[in-house]
Design a protein around this ligand. Structure first.
Ligand code: TRH
Length: 398
């Protein structure tokens, strides 16, 4: 682990573009910098309430005009006065708060020590990431910003590491599942996703879903409903209840049943507890960036809704990830379809066939997901790489 002792004070800058991922990535990283490197971290967010949504119980506001997270990280607003930071970590090229930037420019002008300016970019498995990771970007006012690109190879900034040990499953959720009336072992961590020795009735599969409104979820739910295996699908608070004509209530524990499918409303939980839910499910439908990474640490088959980009650029990301991951063909096909790569009027028929093939191969997919997790553990950890990068560029200023 790199030594962060000389670079203790970090400002992590979070501009919330939409949804939860910008806040989610920043919070996770800020906590890891504090916990694993002993850094004193402020998280400056233009919408602190989105960061606070991910923390339960919600921290009280602090005398320092912010909110003190349980990790020690101080969450403050965009207009927080500059501190003498050693490192300023911009995220996703979302710009710096004007006061922070002015302070850095002033430090250059006065010949004072200037914080190292890093910019954490989006995660991608595409090959170009390796050549961009670590590059400088000269900025007006004599400043330089250094890019960090997370990725799936040793020559990138790697991934935010797994939570070890996992937080316990929230009791509220265990209660919800106990009340669904579905039998079978359900949430467990026992290896096989359900084929028992005599091939007698398989237990229901438990899945979680957190995808986008424009994902073809309704067609997938139709396929699950008429499929060969019972599925209970955990739908978090905040996801709309009108799921392709199925109306699921907003209260935790609300249930909808049809055919082989049961929808269960779960609460929107604390970020760490969400990791535990992913690990407890048989399969997970995730999205964006942070839940996508967490689902891989959970070592379960997953369906990833990539964040849609103009000109279908997100499909390149999906294909690049599939090319690296050890996902069996049926699951790769399902992932491509879920991201719009298999178009056309036959969408519904496609979903049925793809779902059937994926479920037939779920035990193999689970084994592969476990192998993939082991491979990911060999990658650099994002927080280590950022500390390293900062140390490397800080030394030039001494
Ligand atoms: O919410 P996302 O779609 O986020 C994004 C952002 O929108 C961003 O603009 C975009 O750049 C990026 O994706 C690619 O999905 P993501 O990244 O998975 O973030 C969701 C966060 O919400 C993650 O940190 C996990 C957290 N979460 C909880 O804490 N509790 C919950 O119950 C659930 C369902 C999620």
């Amino acid at each position: 682990m790199p030594d962060a002792l000389n670079l203790r004070r970090w400002d992590v800058i979070c501009r919330v573009v939409d949804h939860y991922g910008d806040a989610g990535v920043c919070l996770r990283l800020a906590r890891q910098l504090a916990a694993r490197h002993g850094c004193t971290v402020r998280l400056l967010a233009d919408r602190p309430e989105v960061v606070l949504d991910l923390i339960q119980p919600r921290p009280d506001s602090d005398t320092s005009h912010g909110w003190r997270d349980r990790s020690g990280v101080l969450i403050v607003g965009w207009d927080a006065p500059p501190q003498q930071a050693d490192v300023v970590l911009e995220t996703f090229s979302g710009d710096l708060p004007p006061a922070i930037l002015d302070d850095m420019r002033g430090a250059v002008a006065r010949g004072r020590l200037v914080p190292v300016w890093l910019d954490l970019e989006y995660l991608s498995a595409e090959p170009w990431v390796e050549s961009c990771h670590g590059l400088p970007s000269p900025q007006p006012g004599g400043l330089t910003r250094w890019f960090a690109f997370p990725g799936f190879t040793a020559r990138t900034a790697g991934l935010p590491g797994p939570q070890m040990p996992l937080t316990k499953l929230p009791p509220a959720l265990a209660d919800v599942l106990a009340g669904t009336g579905l039998d079978g072992p359900g949430l467990d961590d026992s290896g096989s996703a359900g084929r028992d020795v005599n091939d007698t009735p398989k237990r229901p599969l438990t899945a979680s879903v957190f995808c986008y409104r424009d994902s073809p979820l309704p067609a997938l739910l139709d396929a699950m409903q008429s499929g060969a295996r019972d599925v209970r699908l955990l739908v978090p608070g905040g996801m709309p209840g009108g799921l392709g004509g199925r109306s699921l209530g907003p209260q935790t524990g609300d249930t909808w049943r049809g055919g082989r499918l049961t929808l269960v409303r779960m609460p929107f939980v604390d970020q760490d507890a969400y990791d535990a839910i992913l690990a407890a499910c048989d399969l997970n439908l995730v999205r964006g960036e942070d839940s996508f990474v967490r689902a891989q640490w959970a070592a379960r088959p997953l369906l990833w809704a990539a964040y849609r980009q103009p000109d279908d650029a997100h499909l390149d990301k999906v294909d690049a990830w599939l090319a690296r991951s050890a996902m069996p063909q049926a699951w790769a096909d399902l992932n491509r379809w879920f991201n719009g790569a298999i178009p056309g009027p036959g969408t519904e028929g496609h979903a049925v066939a793809l779902w059937r093939a994926a479920i037939d191969g779920i035990d193999t997919a689970r084994e592969e997901a476990t192998r993939w997790r082991r491979a990911l553990l060999e990658l650099p950890r994002l927080d280590d790489v950022l500390v390293d990068l900062a140390l490397q560029h800080a030394s030039r200023l001494q």
